[in-house]
Design a binder for this molecule. Structure first.
Ligand SMILES: *[C@@H]1O[C@H](CO)[C@@H](O)[C@H](O)[C@H]1NC(C)=O
Length: 165
């Protein structure tokens, strides 16, 4: 896993990222609207799950994980990580990297809005997330050539060369 993805995911599941609700709790005067939807407070739960912008990113990436359902709380993500953990099984790698990169991509987009006033279309953000996951998966070698793994290969358009003979 790329360290910056793992780090942000680790902070996110503990609700330790500096969302605006935190800053307000520390007594700072801040405009606490979510910059992605402009329609709710900037909290972990909102930012990663309730925000319509983030939901669209999740939908775009999760259809490619062949996973049953969508995590919709931070606790769900922790459960997924425990269940699909850090083992080397390719499916777990797909799920783990998807969770990490989607959370990272949403966080980076949120920061661009908060600190630079920049915003991208949700399709661009989703595509960046998908491409980062794909690049990561393409860097793998000797993936077992099973029916399930080839299904992931199709979903992420991975080259045949990652599969072992
Ligand atoms: C993987 O298995 C499929 C089906 O058996 C086969 O068509 C394909 O060539 C195999 N790919 C590799 C890289 O061995």
């Amino acid at each position: 896993m790329v360290p910056r993805w793992a780090f942000v995911l680790w902070l996110a599941v503990q609700a330790k990222l500096s969302t605006k609700d935190k800053l307000a709790n520390w007594g700072m005067q801040v405009e606490d609207k979510c910059v992605l939807c402009n329609n709710a407070r900037d909290t972990h739960h909102h930012l990663f799950f309730q925000c319509p912008f983030s939901s669209m990113v999740w939908q775009q990436v999760l259809v490619r994980t062949l996973a049953p359902g969508i995590p919709n709380t931070l606790t769900d993500i922790v459960d997924w990580l425990v269940q699909y953990g850090t083992s080397k099984v390719f499916r777990n790698l797909v799920l783990h990297s998807t969770l990490a990169v989607a959370v990272y991509g949403i966080w980076i987009e949120r920061n661009a809005g908060v600190f630079q006033g920049l915003s991208k279309h949700v399709d661009v953000v989703s595509l960046n997330v998908v491409n980062s996951i794909r690049d990561f998966l393409c860097s793998k070698k000797c993936v077992k050539n099973s029916t399930l793994n080839r299904a992931f290969g199709d979903k992420w358009r991975l080259p045949d060369s990652i599969f072992s003979m």
